[in-house]
Design a protein around this ligand. Structure first.
Ligand code: KG4
Ligand code: ZN
Length: 349
């Protein structure tokens, strides 16, 4: 039977709404990006983000329903992100979603944003479910965690995580130094893909240590030193770096981050004797990371699941998929459930 979930995602700066059929088939996935607004400030301004979510909420839900060719009264379940994220932003999406569920008389699910990123792997070709066991890297603007997923994503064990900045945060910080605006990941990815020379030698933090943890904050400092070496000027005094130098820096930085992420994934697969790797979150959109993972997994006969690029960065289809899976095992929420800005992944072991 056809079951339609309306997913809503407003944890950071993108307002997203999607209609997903049977937890798998994406009928629509609308995203209203606020990047242009926040780019002026070099990062997300929480107050502006929540105001714009309020403004975008109704038009975006209309757009998602229109694109899916369904009416509001066809919706069987409403799912919205309850955390982690910015409190004001989360509140706009959750309150709106709860109001819709109440008005329609359908169940509501508050979804963990990190779990939603993982469930992006179940969309489309994912067939609506997660592998029975897998190693999963979640790499986004706020989180970088390596998890061993069990029982189709209902249980899990944290193998390692970043000790400071998230991988996406490092991309954003380095992009700011290079004057590339926000978000920095796609800009660095583009610049680096135009570079085919030899990259500069940047550190691969913690790679030699016996841990699955990671660290990315030192890379920004290393990039600053590299800029100084190349240009002879302090990064804060830079008026303009040549295009070729910017490309070299972007490519060298990207190589370093990708090396660390790939090495941690491979070590996690060996540790848990797993043969499936799932890589999700905004950084999973990175073209070099996708390419390197394909090669590394191909060489080792590991099945690699990376969602399409549009389901790696924030979207509401993944929220709908996670909400559907939750509702499927009877875990819907009462309308009293509150947002939780610092919600962790915390799957039961
Ligand atoms: O998952 P996401 O959309 O939002 C969070 O939950 O944080 O991830 C956003 C992060 C940003 O830091 C952005 O710069 C990074 O993902 N990102 C990328 C790429 N696209 C987005 N990083 C590297 N390469 C990309 N192509
Ligand atoms: Zn996210």
């Amino acid at each position: 039977m056809q079951h339609l979930t309306l997913g809503i995602e407003t944890s950071c700066d993108d307002t997203c709404a999607a209609v997903v059929q049977n937890g798998q088939e994406v009928l629509s996935s609308a995203v209203s990006s606020q990047a242009e607004i926040h780019s002026l400030y070099g990062g997300v301004v929480p107050e502006l983000a929540s105001r714009n979510h309020s403004r975008n909420f109704v038009p975006l839900i209309d757009a998602a329903l229109d694109e899916a060719g369904v009416n509001l009264c066809d919706i069987d379940l409403v799912a919205a992100t309850r955390g982690p994220g910015l409190t004001g932003s989360l509140l706009v999406g959750m309150m709106g979603a709860k109001g819709l569920a109440w008005g329609l008389g359908v169940p509501f699910c508050g979804v963990n944003h990190l779990l939603a990123h993982i469930w992006a792997a179940a969309l489309d070709e994912g067939g609506g479910s997660l592998p029975e066991t897998a190693v999963c890297l979640i790499a986004s603007g706020g989180h970088t965690e390596l998890v061993y997923l069990k029982e189709h994503g209902t249980r899990g064990m944290l193998l390692g995580q970043t000790r400071d900045d998230a991988a996406g945060e490092a991309f954003d910080k380095v992009a700011r130094v290079l004057g590339l605006g926000y978000p920095g990941g796609p800009a660095i990815d583009n610049l680096a893909s135009d570079y085919d020379g030899i990259t500069a030698d940047l550190p691969r933090p913690m790679l030699q240590e016996q841990t699955y943890d990671m660290s990315f904050s030192g890379l920004k400092t290393a990039v600053m030193v590299l800029i100084e070496d190349i240009s002879g000027k302090k990064p804060e005094n830079l008026t303009r770096l040549s295009k070729e130098d910017s490309r070299l820096i972007a490519a060298s930085f990207q190589e370093a981050v990708v090396d660390v992420l790939v090495a941690r994934c491979i070590a996690g697969l060996q540790e848990t004797d797993s043969d499936i790797l799932v890589v999700v979150g905004g950084v999973a959109a990175n073209s070099l990371l996708r390419h390197r993972l394909q090669t590394a997994c191909g060489e080792r006969n590991i099945g690699l699941i990376i969602p399409r690029v549009r389901y790696c960065t924030d979207n509401a289809a993944m929220v709908a998929a996670a909400g559907y899976a939750q509702a499927d095992i009877g875990c819907t929420d009462s309308l009293d459930v509150d947002v939780d800005a610092s919600l962790g992944l915390s799957l039961p072991e």
